[in-house]
Design a protein around this ligand. Structure first.
Ligand code: 6GU
Length: 269
């Protein structure tokens, strides 16, 4: 996969030279190019922003440097190649999830346009649709100062899904969100640490019991921390012991979906 990032703070992306993603780049599994938006300005001050039409606080990113930089990045490909995906990090985008990461990991080329200030002139997104598949995406319901930190998160989430990047591909199977649930808690040696015991079942050597305990811990955690995830959970084929586990957490299975019992205590779990 090839990734291009356009930003006014290219140094912000330096951490992508470290750890798993840095190794993937060295191993040729991922090509990553960072471009300075100011290199595509033409005035002496290398201006990238201006005041908003209609008034209001803050500054808006000027369209022309974006068009110049994105056109240069888009043109740098074989004539027969498909349009790259242009990801525009923004709190006003669609939500970036593990499913988005999987989708984007299938692409040959991704381009990230890091906005700052109040955002990029909207006409850039219309123009860019001629050269890219444009996707405004948000990490969650909070506001960052710019897209750079969001790009660090997204490139890591996507990059670790590329073949060969994570040494043991099994670690991708049993992790939070891979099955729509949060991950179970994990423990390592010593078995007694500061008077706290590791749950006995994990020392039992009974792999069936361990798998069931872990699954039930996933249910318990998800019900407590992220009950919203249980609304989409497919409960149709749950074994009896798992239905009982959910019943204990205050959930019944109705038409294959989990439904919070009206008389269940607490605010969520
Ligand atoms: Cl992707 N970008 C920015 N600037 N702020 C955000 C975000 C993205 N996701 C949440 N807040």
């Amino acid at each position: 996969m090839r990734i291009d990032v356009v930003s006014i703070f290219p140094d912000y992306l330096a951490p992508l030279e470290l750890s798993l993603i840095g190794k993937a780049r060295q191993d040729g599994l991922l090509e990553l190019n960072v471009h300075d938006l100011r290199d595509f300005t033409t005035d002496r001050h290398r201006t990238v922003d201006d005041t908003p039409y209609g008034g209001g606080a803050g500054m808006v990113m000027k369209p022309e440097p974006w068009a110049q930089s994105l056109a240069a990045v888009a043109a740098d490909r074989p004539a027969e190649a498909a349009k790259p995906v242009l990801i525009v990090p923004s709190p006003a985008g669609e939500r970036f999830t593990q499913a988005t990461a999987h989708e984007l990991a299938e692409e040959d080329r991704l381009v990230f346009a890091c906005g700052r200030y109040e955002g990029i002139d909207e006409r850039v997104m219309e123009w860019a649709a001629g050269h890219f598949t444009v996707r405004p995406v948000s990490l969650g319901d909070y506001v960052l100062n710019g897209g750079e930190v969001a790009v660090l998160a997204m490139v890591e989430a996507i990059g670790r899904l590329l073949p060969g990047v994570v040494g043991n591909p099994e670690s991708l199977v049993e992790e939070s969100h891979s099955d729509g649930l949060l991950e179970y808690p994990v423990y390592t040696k010593p078995s007694n640490w500061r008077d706290r015991e590791v749950p006995a079942v994990l020392l039992s050597g009974n792999h069936g019991k361990i798998a069931q305990w872990r699954r039930h811990e996933q249910y318990r955690r998800t019900a407590e921390r992220r009950p919203d995830l249980l609304e989409a959970f497919d409960a149709a084929k749950l074994p009896r012991a798992d239905r009982t586990a959910f019943a204990d957490l205050g959930y019944d299975v109705v038409d294959g979906y989990l439904v919070r019992r009206a008389d269940a205590g607490g605010d969520s779990g």
